[in-house]
Design a protein around this ligand. Structure first.
Ligand code: AMP
Length: 147
């Protein structure tokens, strides 16, 4: 197997995110590859426990969510020593945006976390599943603990 040259970490900032990030960092070091990071602010309706799905029509709210995403991305990127031009903050469908960033930047390995869902949940698609189906490069699904 050839060496990977450009690895893209898909970061969602969940509690398991650091484990996935550590794997991506270790792989980048082993392969002497460039490491990039992407976070996607999902543009799907936000689900509120009381009011159900609400479309984030409020520009300020959307802006705040994007700003919060940027801050967390910067923090994680700093910890992984990823330069600013290798940090991607996108808005849209996570699986499609992750694949688009990979395609446009000659990424040869995408690293995502996987909850290892089975049956219907798997068919309906987690982000990892969606990335796997749409990607044109290798995808590493890091199994998340407590599944
Ligand atoms: P999920 O299918 O939502 O449980 O997420 C599985 C993995 O997909 C996560 O561990 C991340 O690697 C990636 N992922 C999910 N959501 C996002 C997002 N909004 N931005 C970037 N990566 C994401």
């Amino acid at each position: 197997m050839g060496h990977y040259k450009h690895i893209l970490l898909a970061a969602d900032f969940t509690e398991h995110g650091e484990h996935v990030a550590e794997k991506a960092k270790a792989l980048a070091t082993e392969n002497q590859a460039q490491l990039s990071i992407v976070h996607v602010v999902d543009n799907l309706p936000i689900t509120d426990a009381t009011y159900g799905p609400i479309i984030p029509f409020d520009g300020d709210l959307t802006e705040q969510i994007i700003e919060a995403g940027k801050k967390r991305l910067l923090k994680m990127a700093k910890a992984l020593d990823i330069a600013e031009e290798k940090q991607w903050l996108e808005v849209g469908s996570p699986k499609l945006e992750i694949v688009r960033v990979a395609d446009e930047n000659d990424v040869d390995l995408i690293v995502v976390g996987s909850h290892g869902r089975h049956g219907l949940a798997l068919l309906l698609g987690s982000t990892a599943n969606g990335v796997l189906h749409h990607a044109h490069c290798d995808v590493l699904a890091v199994r998340l603990k407590n599944d």
